[in-house]
Design a protein around this ligand. Structure first.
Ligand SMILES: Nc1ncnc2c1ncn2[C@@H]1O[C@H](COP(=O)(O)OP(=O)(O)O)[C@@H](O)[C@H]1O
Ligand SMILES: [Mg+2]
Length: 398
């Protein structure tokens, strides 16, 4: 029987234990999490009619010690899915992860750990697996770090001719070269989950931009990415597989019409954390997106090119937005996609999988199988597994 390590970071049950680290973390998918976090974000301060994210970015070691990422619900659901393929060994990616990994030496690790700290945090678990020579699922440490640096990822995309909005990375508010066309959209370079992304990041003029860049630099303590604003429709695309077999699941489209009137067409902090409420869910996603065949093919082509160029493996979720000419541009690549199990939680990867006819369990198992195939790890086939289960059932009932 295969021994499957399962690497994850778990949120504390008592969210107050997070001692003020109350911002969404990079890989959470807010519509679900918002259900649990609404009360905190309700009190987000409003500045000049727009909302700023609540608290400054701090990744002090003490905060990060407790900043766990996935809920017990998600971890249990993934564990359940993995258990069909072998014996699951939980390996929480906390400080004793290296020793546990070395001692357990699973046949393969399913990695969904977001990491504890630093801009290379997502790479730590895969790097340790590589160090000990243990196969693991998903992208390698380099790809995970590359994608967590939105500017470096865009440089790579641009070099390979994959459309992405023209951009500049700034370390101080006055260093903008003036080469970009307004309006622009600004964001912290190393964050996700709408951290630091509000309507105020949409800047019509150089002075608006300088003001917001200064604010983000001060608040998030990291360089700020300035991009030309992509005015067209937005999509997010789940990709599964490797090499020539990598394919895009049904595309998820965003319907910005459901946002409050007068708001900007941006899937940012307000949409994810304030306007999506359990009592009034924001029906912003449509899957499959209602687009014609030609656009679907073009988006898929761009997405798969980005997936390959950035070295993604097994799975990833890629955000895309059309520019004024209707060309799909890559906004960002998420090699550790959010996978909340409850359909009510609006998590885009499982949503796309469901539209493709895959259950949650099948999605997780498919990802692990891609990883296993790549690395020559043998897992039981679905048929063998079913046979064994029915034999065991028959034995138990006789
Ligand atoms: N250049 C851009 N043009 C238009 N909208 C953008 C641009 N960059 C980001 N956005 C909007 O901001 C949202 C969040 O940006 P993204 O880089 O995906 O951050 P996150 O990592 O928080 O998901 C996007 O889904 C999109 O709606
Ligand atoms: Mg995004």
């Amino acid at each position: 029987m295969a021994r499957i390590g399962f690497a994850y970071n778990q949120k504390p049950d008592d969210e107050e234990a997070r001692t003020g680290d109350d911002e969404p973390r990079a890989e959470e998918e807010p519509p679900s999490s918002s259900r649990k976090r609404l009360s905190r974000n309700d009190s987000a301060p409003r500045v000049a009619g727009a909302i700023q994210p609540p608290v400054t970015s701090r990744r002090s070691s003490s905060d990060d010690e407790f900043a766990e990422w996935d809920s017990n619900e998600t971890i249990s659901a993934v564990e359940h899915a993995l258990s069909s393929l072998g014996e699951v060994i939980r390996l929480e990616a906390s400080v004793n992860f290296p020793e546990r990994l070395r001692a357990e030496r699973p046949d393969i690790v399913f990695n969904m750990a977001e990491g504890l700290r630093g801009v290379n945090r997502e790479s730590h678990v895969p790097a340790m697996c590589e160090f000990f020579g243990i196969p693991y699922s998903g992208s390698d440490p380099f790809t995970l770090s590359l994608c967590l640096d939105k500017a470096r990822a865009k440089e790579c995309l641009a070099y390979h001719g994959i459309p992405t909005a023209p951009f500049q990375l700034v370390h101080d508010a006055s260093s903008h070269s003036g080469a970009l066309r307004f309006p622009v959209f600004v964001k912290p370079v190393h964050e996700g989950s709408s951290k630091g992304i509000t309507e105020r990041n949409y800047c019509r003029t150089p002075s608006e931009m300088r003001e917001q860049v200064a604010f983000l630099l001060d608040r998030y303590r990291q360089p700020v990415l300035i991009e030309e604003f992509l005015t067209g429709a937005e999509f997010t695309c789940a990709v599964l597989g490797n090499g020539g077999d990598a394919h895009v699941l049904p595309i998820v489209g965003m319907n910005f019409d459901v946002l409050p009137s007068g708001s900007l067409p941006v899937y940012g902090f307000e949409a994810k954390w304030l306007w999506d409420r359990p009592e009034q869910p924001l029906e912003i996603f449509e899957c499959p997106a209602r687009i014609d065949e030609a656009l679907r093919c073009t988006i898929e082509r761009v997405v798969l090119a980005a997936y390959h160029v950035l070295g993604c493996r097994d799975w990833s979720r890629i955000d895309v937005r059309l520019d004024a000419a209707g060309v799909p541009n890559v906004v960002e690549v998420n090699p550790l996609p959010g996978i909340l199990p409850d359909p009510a939680d609006n998590s885009c990867f499982p949503k796309a999988a469901r539209a493709a006819g895959m259950s949650y369990d099948e999605l997780i198992q498919t990802c692990v199988r891609h990883a296993a195939d790549r690395q020559g790890v043998s897992l039981p086939s679905n048929a063998a597994r079913r046979r064994r289960t029915s034999v065991a059932r028959a034995a138990a009932s006789s």
